[in-house]
Design a protein around this ligand. Structure first.
Ligand code: NOJ
Length: 716
């Protein structure tokens, strides 16, 4: 809590009744016409601390009405003018990857490996959302995930803890800025703390089994990134870890989150997660749920009214102390002060540059898309080419906006067909369906210069409570690719997918392949930018693309097996499974460009440093020349991975520890500098203690996690 609010908070606390204090810990959702009066009555009594600006647990999957600023201003006016102490209400909404202007789904934005663009996107998002009464958004979602079947993998940052922490920082900075109290900034919320992405079998809401060693090294770093960047709120996760629900765990919510990671802000429970403790079998009554959650460290109760119903008697019978209540209330009030609610409680919409936000979204979308294959330089296409555009996503709009999207408009989202038609002087004929008996689409395919297949998965197959048992596109679409292939024409596949789908057959059949994700309002324009070379692809995979769902989990930063069967790295793959090849089809960090980059040798300032000097801030510094030897000006993401050869615990074969996305003109060379310091070379012991151990490290620098280019350093 910032010092300067302490006095004001204390003086407010001194005036508040217990009931009013508990009201600050209560977050109902937006009322419907049926319960509006009862809701306003609660506001009037000071029993609504915050409002969840949507209806239903899986709001991102359900259409919601648009926001009425007047209505939220009316709630605010009632709180300020009629409640006992006039404390303003905090309005929170799931503005996950865009408000009016929709940006790519978070997993796609991560693929840009461009923290400046991510920050800029969230800056725009904050500006648009704050203009419609939103003070607080429930993002960034930082659930590391190794299972593409999980529908919510699309909301996160993929399989890498370091990349997750870089993205977390960029999102928090973009949303909150230097001063979240400014009227066009909003509060960030790092969620879902912790382990939700490890849900067994990718089945949403299921149990997780995570050792402390794995927790500290894989799952927590992104949260640490968000907290270090100043995230003022955290949302707790639905799941348990090894039988301990997070919502009732003092260990996870207080000892680790606050005492170890240093978080000082507000913790909100996920939707109904407090009363869910009964279903999870650790509480016998609603009162148990409330006391367990508050005592564990949940400050704000989302939607289920457990706190409002139970805390007063729990204080009276001594199961919850006044001090615990006051601590939680202070955190809520502190966030309200930080967000400027006491100074400017009402929303006064302002003009903003919508066209510029659309341009930013287009730039972000183009940088997010990953070129997976481009045989014989099929792409970029000539603008005069005759194109047969076929497939279920040719005229689709809503799916381009992705899941967890409440406020973007389908009608403001150009589809691929109309965009393509506007961009070429050739003819574009299109068939939307996958119905292969359609003679017309086969005829178009036969006569066109090139076939563009618009494939993918529907937005309704992704997001919360939308797990699938096989992470793939439907068979009918694979059949469509086969039929297109049979025409003998060149095929460009454009995959509008949320999750990383199994790719083997699709990639084998297509001549060129773009992973276009669900990329928001400007997805179609961005695809055309890439198809015609107006942008050069520069996205890189934040997750491994698999040959088969049967290989789940498969991720790059695994530890070495005792026998020589590290299948990710192609070591004796036949000994992994006797019936299939378990190597990744496309590895983490992979992505092509239209140009070609040649890497020079790695130069290091010093091959060895003493541990003591590292602690005192000295760094290993690596320099490498990057030559653009192709025909296009382009961006490349230079990635640095480490491997700690021998440590007291087994360490991953490769771990991303630094990267830089650089723009190099064709024919030019750029010298890229990457550094490694104390905070990059260590790991967490199962106790949570961070350690850097002396010894040798392999350093790999290159274009993806399988790069063979390496050098060696030693910590003495
Ligand atoms: C449940 C989801 O898990 C969470 O991410 C979201 O923020 C809340 N519902 C509120 O809609």
């Amino acid at each position: 809590m910032k010092k300067n609010y302490e006095k004001q908070i204390d003086s407010l606390l001194a005036k508040m009744s217990l009931q009013e204090k508990i009201g600050q810990l209560n977050q109902p959702e937006t009322p419907t016409a049926d319960n509006e009066e009862a809701f306003m009555d609660l506001v009037r009594k000071g029993l609504v601390g915050s409002v969840l600006m949507s209806v239903g647990a899986t709001a991102g999957n359900d259409p919601q009405g648009s926001i009425s600023v007047d209505f939220y201003n009316r709630i605010q006016k009632t709180a300020i003018e009629e409640s006992p102490n006039g404390i303003p209400v905090l309005f929170g909404r799931d503005v996950i990857h865009g408000h009016k202007t929709v940006f790519p789904i978070p997993l796609a934005m991560t693929a840009s490996f461009n923290e400046e663009l991510i920050e800029q996107s969230y800056r725009d998002i904050a500006q648009e959302a704050s203009n419609e009464s939103v003070h607080w958004t429930f993002t960034p979602m930082l659930d590391l995930c190794h299972d593409p079947r999980w529908g919510r993998i699309i909301e996160g940052t993929g399989e890498d803890p370091y990349l997750g922490s870089v993205v977390a920082k960029a999102v928090v900075k973009g949303l909150q800025g230097e001063n979240v109290g400014e009227s066009d900034r909003i509060l960030a919320c790092a969620k879902h703390y912790i382990g939700y992405g490890a849900s067994e079998g990718g089945r949403d809401y299921h149990r997780t089994e995570i050792s402390d060693y794995t927790l500290f090294n894989y799952y927590l770093p992104a949260f640490k990134g968000a907290i270090d960047a100043g995230a003022l709120t955290v949302m707790s996760a639905f799941n348990d870890i090894s039988g301990q629900p997070i919502t009732s765990s003092r260990r996870y919510l207080t000892e680790i989150l606050r005492d170890k990671l240093g978080f000082q802000g507000l913790v909100v429970a996920d939707y109904d997660a407090v009363c869910q403790l009964e279903r999870q079998g650790v509480a016998e009554s609603e009162a148990d749920c409330a006391s367990m959650a508050l005592n564990a460290g949940i400050d704000l109760d989302m939607h289920d009214f457990c706190y409002l119903n139970e805390l007063e008697s729990l204080v009276e019978n001594g199961k919850v102390s006044m001090e615990t209540i006051d601590t939680a209330v202070k955190r809520v009030l502190s966030v309200k002060f930080e967000a400027g609610l006491f100074d400017t409680p009402y929303c006064v919409p302002k003009d903003y540059d919508k066209a510029q936000h659309r341009l930013h979204s287009r730039e972000m979308a183009a940088e997010s898309m990953v070129l997976l294959k481009n045989e014989n330089h099929l792409l970029p296409l000539q603008k005069s080419a005759d194109i047969a555009l076929v497939g279920p996503f040719a005229t689709e709009r809503r799916t381009l906006l992705g899941s967890w999207m409440l406020d973007g408009k389908e009608r403001e989202t150009p589809n691929l067909l109309e965009t393509l038609r506007g961009r070429t002087s050739g003819t574009v004929e299109s068939s939307n369906g996958t119905d292969l008996s359609l003679d017309r689409s086969l005829r178009w395919m036969t006569h066109a210069d090139v076939i563009v297949l618009a494939l993918g998965e529907k937005w309704t197959d992704t997001g919360e409570s939308r797990a699938v048992s096989t992470a793939s596109i439907p068979n009918s679409q694979i059949e469509l690719i086969r039929r297109a292939k049979a025409t003998g024409k060149k095929i460009v596949g454009v995959l509008f997918c949320g999750r990383p789908v199994v790719i083997e057959e699709i990639a084998d059949l297509c001549d060129a392949l773009i992973y276009a994700w669900h990329s928001g309002s400007e997805a179609a324009n961005a695809v055309c930018d890439l198809l015609f070379g107006d942008s050069v692809p520069s996205g890189r995979l934040p997750v491994t693309l698999l040959r088969s769902s049967n290989h789940i989990p498969l991720y790059y930063n695994v530890t070495s097996s005792g026998r020589p069967v590290n299948c990710y790295y192609g070591e004796n793959p036949g000994e992994c499974y006797v019936d299939s090849l378990p190597t990744p089809y496309y590895p983490f960090g992979y992505g092509l460009s239209y140009t070609e980059f040649a890497y020079g040798d790695i130069c290091c300032n010093t091959p060895q440093l003493r541990l003591e000097d590292l602690k005192n801030g000295q760094k290993f510094r690596f320099e490498i020349d990057l030559h653009n030897v192709g025909d296009f000006d382009a961006k490349e993401t230079v990635q640095l991975y480490i491997h700690d050869r021998a440590a007291s615990m087994m360490r991953p074969l490769r771990e991303l520890k630094a990267f830089q996305k650089v723009f190099v003109k064709r024919g030019e060379t750029c010298r890229v500098v990457l550094e490694l310091g104390f905070e990059d070379l260590g790991f967490y012991l199962p106790s949570g203690e961070y350690t850097v151990e002396a010894g040798k490290f392999d350093i790999y620098i290159g274009e993806n996690c399988l790069t063979p280019r390496k050098t060696e350093i030693s910590v003495l």
